[in-house]
Design a protein around this ligand. Structure first.
Ligand SMILES: NC(=O)c1ccc[n+]([C@@H]2O[C@H](COP(=O)([O-])OP(=O)(O)OC[C@H]3O[C@@H](n4cnc5c(N)ncnc54)[C@H](O)[C@@H]3O)[C@@H](O)[C@H]2O)c1
Length: 243
């Protein structure tokens, strides 16, 4: 057992892909879930997936309204925050609009800062430590054509993770990131087939990753088995980064 039973686990972007798989994994571990996502058709479905152990906050993590709702829920207790929500708005430099740049920074970086700040404040007050987990990406390490905005946020997440682990360690709050390779989710389904085939070939395992393989990394890093791990970024990429 990973020691996650009855832990209060907050997951952003939980309606789809990696966030959904992460919610399923923590639910199986017996955690109490607070799930956050945009209003989607899956809301009702999400409610029924996690009977009795789930609170759903619907809305945009970049808004003060949703941040306040998360804060109110955190007041009831928070042990783990998984900052998973993320978006892509791809374009090469000369074609990238300010809106594309700003929206990706707002969701992938600024919202993580704000939610981590409110979670850490409560974790510190509780005095029982806590875990912050951030979604990075392999593109933080090697860049990606058409993703100046996205890759900058993911590299920013890794640097922020290191800094916050230094600041929060004395309160036994651990901060780690996971850098997925290419994982078969709706986000990646938007990419051209030939790019996906190229990505499969880039991995020594010759396949894309599965959302539950990222969820497993989050569960491990949240668990007592990882209680001496902080400030790190775990690559879960089938070896893609080896080039
Ligand atoms: N899929 C991959 O290959 C891959 C690789 C590296 C990193 N990641 C990262 O993993 C995370 C999850 O990716 P995914 O592939 O599951 O994506 P996804 O698009 O399938 O799911 C992302 C979820 O986040 C939600 N979301 C987006 N903006 C939001 C906002 N402002 N407020 C609240 N919710 C919001 C979406 O509604 C969606 O449900 C992202 O941070 C992504 O950058 C994914």
């Amino acid at each position: 057992m990973l020691g996650l039973t009855n832990k209060r686990v907050f997951i952003t972007g939980a309606a789809s892909g990696i966030g959904r798989a992460t919610a399923e994994r923590f639910y199986k571990e017996g955690s109490e879930l607070v799930l956050i996502d945009m209003p989607t058709l899956e809301a009702a479905e999400l409610q029924s997936l996690f009977p009795n152990k789930m609170t759903y906050i619907q809305g945009d993590v970049t808004t003060l309204d949703v941040q306040n709702k998360i804060k109110a829920e955190a007041e009831k207790g928070i042990d783990v925050l998984v900052n998973n929500a993320g978006i892509t708005r791809d374009a090469t430099l000369l074609k990238m609009t300010d809106e594309q740049w700003d929206s990706v920074i707002a969701v992938n970086l600024t919202a993580i800062f704000k939610l981590t700040r409110l979670a850490a404040e409560k974790m510190k007050a509780q005095g029982r430590g806590g875990v912050i987990l951030n979604a990075a990406s392999v593109v933080a390490h090697y860049g990606n054509f058409g993703q100046a905005n996205y890759s900058a946020t993911k590299a920013g997440v890794i640097a922020m993770t290191k800094t916050l682990s230094k600041e929060l360690g004395k309160d036994q709050i651990r901060v780690n990131a996971v850098a997925p390779g290419f994982i078969a989710t709706p986000m990646v389904a938007k990419m051209p087939e030939k790019v996906l085939t190229m990505m499969e070939e880039k991995s020594p395992l010759r396949r894309l990753g599965k959302p539950e393989e990222i969820a497993a990394a989050y569960a491990f890093l949240a668990s007592d088995d990882a209680k001496y791990i902080t400030g790190t970024t775990l690559n879960v990429d089938g070896g893609t980064i080896l080039g």
